[in-house]
Design a protein around this ligand. Structure first.
Ligand SMILES: NC(=O)c1ccc[n+]([C@@H]2O[C@H](COP(=O)([O-])OP(=O)(O)OC[C@H]3O[C@@H](n4cnc5c(N)ncnc54)[C@H](OP(=O)(O)O)[C@@H]3O)[C@@H](O)[C@H]2O)c1
Length: 243
C-alpha cells in the first residue's frame, strides 16, 4: 500500500495525480486543497466518490500559510482511516502560483517576488518540515518545479527571460531540493521534477502536453526512484534537466 500526500489538487496536474494514484486500489491519497469552502471542488469530489472516502481524503492546506501547514499533520492523522499509524510514502509538493507574468528582472516588484517565494519555495520547505515525522523511512519527496527555473536553459536562450518572479522561485525550489537531499534522513529521496509544458490553467491552451500524459510520466518516474536519485532535477520522463 502506498500513501500519497499531494498539495494543490483542486485543478490541473495535482488533480490528475489524485485521479491516477487513486486508480490503484492499494493506494491511499490525501488530496490537499487551498480551501474547503472557496473554489469548485466538484472534480476532486467525483474522484473521491469513485475511489471511496476511505482512500481519497480531501484536506485543507494553504501552502502559503505557515499556520495552515503547521496544523496539517493533525488534520492528516485525524482523517486517516487506517488503524496503523500514518506513514507517508510519497509527498508531492505540487501547489504553486504563476502571477505577474508581465514582470521581468527590470520591473520585478517586492510583492510579486515575495508571494512567489512564499508559495513556491517556502510552501514545499515548510510542508516537508511539518510532515517529516510522518514520512516513511524510504519516502519520496517530489518538488514540482519548472524548466523556467533552469539557469543554464535561460543562459543559453532556450527559455525566455520572462515571468521573473516565478522563474526565480523555481530556481530557488531546485536549490531547496538539493539542500533537502543533503539533509533528510538517509533513505528519504527528494527530487525536483519538471512536468513539461502542460495544458492547465497555468500552462495555457498552447501547451504541448496533455495533463494525463505528464502525470503518468511523473508517477512512473516516482515509482522507479532510487536512493541515488536524491537531489536530481529531471523532467516527467526521468531525463535530467540542466541546472
Ligand atoms: N502547466 C505547466 O505547463 C507547468 C510547467 C512547469 C511547471 N508546472 C508546475 O506544475 C505544478 C502544477 O501546476 P498546474 O499547471 O497544475 O497549475 P494550475 O492549473 O494553476 O494549478 C495549481 C494548483 O495549485 C493550487 N495552489 C496554488 N497556490 C496554493 C496555495 N497557496 N495553497 C494550496 N494550493 C495552492 C491551486 O489551487 P487553487 O486553484 O485553489 O488556487 C491549483 O489547484 C506547479 O508547481 C507548477 O509550477 C506547471
Amino acid at each position: 500500500m502506498t500513501t500519497f500526500v499531494i498539495t494543490g489538487t483542486r485543478v490541473g496536474i495535482g488533480l490528475e495525480h489524485v485521479r491516477q494514484a487513486s486508480q490503484n486500489p492499494n493506494n491511499t491519497v490525501f488530496a490537499l486543497v487551498r480551501s474547503l469552502t472557496s473554489g469548485d471542488l466538484t472534480a476532486l469530489k467525483e474522484i473521491q466518490s469513485s475511489a471511496g472516502p476511505e482512500r481519497v481524503h480531501i484536506i485543507e492546506c494553504d501552502t502559503s500559510s505557515e499556520t495552515s501547514i503547521a496544523s496539517l499533520p493533525g488534520r492528516l492523522t485525524t482523517q486517516s482511516s487506517s488503524s496503523s499509524p500514518l506513514r507517508i510514502d510519497v509527498l508531492i509538493n505540487n501547489a504553486a502560483i504563476l502571477h505577474n507574468d508581465d514582470q521581468n528582472a527590470l520591473n520585478l516588484t517586492g510583492d510579486a517576488f515575495l508571494s512567489h517565494m512564499t508559495t513556491n519555495v517556502l510552501g514545499p520547505a515548510r510542508t516537508t518540515q511539518a510532515l517529516l515525522p510522518l514520512l516513511a523511512p524510504d519516502a519520496k519527496i517530489v518538488n514540482v518545479t519548472s524548466g523556467l527555473g533552469s539557469l543554464k536553459l535561460l543562459t543559453e536562450g532556450r527559455i525566455p527571460a520572462a515571468v521573473a518572479p516565478y522563474s526565480i522561485s523555481k530556481a530557488a525550489l531546485n536549490m531547496l531540493t538539493v539542500h533537502q537531499a543533503k539533509q533528510l534522513p538517509e533513505g528519504i529521496v527528494a527530487v525536483a521534477i519538471d512536468p513539461g509544458h502542460v495544458k492547465t490553467e497555468m500552462g495555457g491552451p498552447n501547451a504541448v502536453l496533455e495533463i494525463p500524459d505528464s502525470v503518468r510520466g511523473i508517477q512512473s518516474v516516482v515509482a522507479g526512484l532510487r536512493r541515488e536519485d536524491s537531489g536530481r532535477f529531471m523532467d516527467y520522463t526521468g531525463t535530467d534537466v540542466p541546472w
